[in-house]
Design a protein around this ligand. Sequence first.
Ligand SMILES: Nc1nc2c(ncn2[C@@H]2O[C@H](COP(=O)(O)OP(=O)(O)OP(=O)(O)O)[C@@H](O)[C@H]2O)c(=O)[nH]1
Ligand SMILES: [Mg+2]
Ligand SMILES: [Zn+2]
Length: 305
Amino acid sequence: MAKKAAADNPALLTGLIVAAHGKHFRVELSDQRIVTCITRGKKTGTACGDRVEIAMTAPDEGVIERIAPRTSLLYRSDLYREKIIAANVDQIVIVVAAVPSFYEELVNRCLVAAETAGIRALIVLNKTDLPQTAAARETLALYETLGYPLLPLCAKQDISALKAHLARRTSVLVGQSGMGKSTIINNLLPDARVREGDLSAALDSGKHTTTQATLYHLDRDSHIIDSPGLQEFGLHHVQVEDIAHAFIEFRPYLGQCRFHNCRHVVEPGCALEAAAQSNTIDPRRFEIYRVLAREKLRAPRIYSA
Ligand SMILES: Nc1nc2c(ncn2[C@@H]2O[C@H](COP(=O)(O)OP(=O)(O)OP(=O)(O)O)[C@@H](O)[C@H]2O)c(=O)[nH]1
Ligand SMILES: [Mg+2]
Ligand SMILES: [Zn+2]
């Protein structure tokens, strides 16, 4: 009832969340006006990319009253909390680089999140100007053989190869700190640099690191969200069966194990283990699956969401 009344309330304005930092949001209205918003009470769970209805409380300020149904939701979680990365995106762009070195496990966690959210994943290997790139490329070849597109890029010099992948999509850039996500944004949108000034915090080192998710428009139909660097990507919200399913090359083997409820960790007669031993599935992926599954089995979800 209350929701219906809000939807019909002419005093409410519809908008798009273009920046999210904790409980503070920037909402872009249909006339391009930007309004600073908070959520009501302690309510969280609003993210960059969300379509919302807001009530104005001052000329440039408002309160978010309602979130429209989402087409997708990308999030991570630790034992206690879920952290939304972005809403309504249809592509996750996993940005890695040889320097600083990237964690292959984190790439896999991002892929699991993409698969479980039903979002396309693109892996960008940035900083191809660095000589260490060849080894990183070798590591990532595995993901290419699985069917994930891999785009080598030198964001500093030429961003054009990425543009085709971003057309008519809403993408979110994710990855560890220092991989070049914001550099990609700055070179896609030279004007964004101006906006970045007030969105990024200069650390003691003098480096700029992104502290909030921000959505930018590339054109009418293409949008991109920059997000803060990830140190970890918890998947506590994903059931262990769904983790196995998210490893796409495992799918033909699921249901083939001796035990119908096999978790593929310690059970005898595991079809996945046999496939990994014979290299039919890559043992590296199977090992990473086991890390994720063990973590999940050790620590069952203890929060309610
Ligand atoms: N050599 C080289 N350096 C690059 C390239 N792209 C980005 N960098 C550098 O990598 C560093 C980090 O870039 P950022 O764009 O701030 O990285 P980020 O992923 O946004 O980092 P966070 O905001 O902390 O998550 C900067 O010093 C960039 O100049 C590239 O193609 N080649
Ligand atoms: Mg950044
Ligand atoms: Zn099994």
